[in-house]
Structures are given as structure tokens and as C-alpha cells.
Design a protein around this ligand. Structure first.
Ligand code: ADE
Length: 232
């Protein structure tokens, strides 16, 4: 069974369109939708926006359903200059850009104490398969790299430049880093598919509203191709 997590209903709706035999279950604070996508059993969940919501949801999903692996699907703001609205960002790793204990000696910005990592790498076979599925769809451009997460909607060129210089990264959003942390701690394989809704600049709030639907559809399309090819 594949676990699929989205933060917003607009992102989930695009996946529910091709999910068959749906049944709903509530566990804790979350409604889970069980179903099948092209013959593969899946469990889908709406986690809500932000890292804490995403972490609670990911842990609940693992405890209740123990999926084989987890895919987080949705939209993101573009960070790398070459990343354009509608493009696909596939995470090779995730960083929580707002995690900061760097005032302590030998601690780097983004480093998570306990596991002592800045970047949590996504699972290679999942990421490689997503890239193949995404790259086969023209005219969508696929970018692979670090996705930056924080409990902030990035809406300023200054912050964008700061993130670019501090961490590199191709895109920013608000959940993948914590989903990655929970998966890492639970030794659960995971991958991240995001489509760009905005440029994380002064107009990102307007662009986000304008493009959330089409970008969510792009991300859902890559997921559907991934699941089709997963069965082969
Ligand atoms: N998700 C989509 N766009 C975003 C942005 N600019 N900042 C944070 N999360 C986002």
C-alpha cells in the first residue's frame, strides 16, 4: 500500500479524481481515504498546512496503515532561477530552513539535533522513478534537488535570496521537511513530488491562488504515472 499525503484540498482533489473504490476512515485528527490507483492500493490523507500538521499526519499514517512507502504531492514556490510556474520539482533531499540552533558551536543552520542532519535524503529508487515519469511528459520541465520547508509562506525577494544563498534548493514549501524527518525516524521510504505555483517573490500570494489548481494537476499527473510504472 502506498501512503499519499497532501497539505491542501486543491492538491488532494486532483488525485481523488483517478482514485477508485474509495472508502473513508477517521484516525486521530485525520480523515484517510483508502482506494486504488491503477490497481495499486493507496491511502490518501489531507494533512493541513505546515510542518507540525504534516508530522502528526505522517506518524498517524505510519501507525495506522504502515504503508510500504510515502509520497508527498502538492505545489511549491520556485527558488532556483530556472524553475518556472508549472514545472515539476522532485526532491533529492529535504531541509527545514527555519530549524536554527546555529548559535551553538558546530551546529549548522537547518541541523536537526538528535539525528544531527541538515538534509534528509529522499529514497533513491522512488526519486529516480519519479524523475523518469516526470521527464517523459513534455512540455513539463523537471528539476531535481533540495526542497526547503518552513512554517512560512515565502513572499519576498529578500527571503528568497537568503534561502537560495544559505541552502541552495530548487523550491520551498511547508511540509516535506517534516514528512522526511518522520519517515527517517520510522525508517520509512519516501519521495516528494511538487509542482511550482509561484516564484516565492512579491507576487507569490497572487500567483499561488491563480496556479494552485493547474500546478496541483501537474503534480497529480506525475504521481499517476509513477504509480502506473510502479506496477511494471
Ligand atoms: N507553497 C507554494 N508556494 C509557496 C511559497 N511561496 N512559500 C511556502 N510554501 C509554498
Amino acid at each position: 500500500m502506498i501512503g499519499i499525503i497532501c497539505a491542501m484540498k486543491e492538491e488532494l482533489e486532483e488525485i481523488l479524481i483517478f482514485t477508485k473504490d474509495k472508502t473513508e476512515e477517521t484516525y486521530g485528527n485525520f480523515k484517510f481515504v483508502k482506494g486504488n490507483i491503477f490497481g495499486t492500493k493507496c491511502v490518501l490523507c489531507l494533512c493541513g498546512v505546515g510542518k507540525v500538521n504534516a508530522a502528526i499526519c505522517t506518524q498517524s499514517l505510519i501507525i495506522k496503515y504502515n504503508p510500504d512507502f510515502i509520497i508527498n504531492v502538492g505545489v511549491a514556490g520556485g527558488i532556483a532561477p530556472s524553475v518556472k510556474i508549472g514545472d515539476i520539482a522532485v526532491a533529492s533531499g529535504v531541509i527545514q530552513h527555519d530549524y536554527d540552533i546555529s548559535s551553538f558551536q558546530n551546529r549548522k543552520k537547518g541541523e536537526i539535533p538528535g539525528i544531527d542532519l541538515v538534509e534528509i535524503k529522499t529514497t533513491k529508487w522512488i526519486t529516480d522513478k519519479i524523475i523518469v515519469c516526470s521527464s517523459s511528459i513534455s512540455p513539463v520541465n523537471t528539476h531535481t534537488g533540495i526542497i526547503l520547508s518552513g512554517d512560512q509562506f515565502i513572499c519576498s525577494p529578500q527571503k528568497l535570496t537568503e534561502l537560495r544563498n544559505e541552502f541552495g534548493g530548487i523550491a520551498c514549501e511547508m511540509e516535506a521537511g517534516s514528512i522526511g524527518q518522520v519517515c527517517y525516524i520510522n525508517k520509512k521510504e519516501f519521495g516528494i513530488i511538487r509542482s511550482i505555483s509561484d516564484h516565492a517573490d512579491n507576487s507569490s500570494n497572487i500567483d499561488f491562488d491563480k496556479f494552485i489548481k493547474t500546478s496541483s494537476r501537474n503534480a497529480a499527473t506525475i504521481l499517476s504515472n509513477f504509480i502506473k510504472s510502479y506496477q511494471d
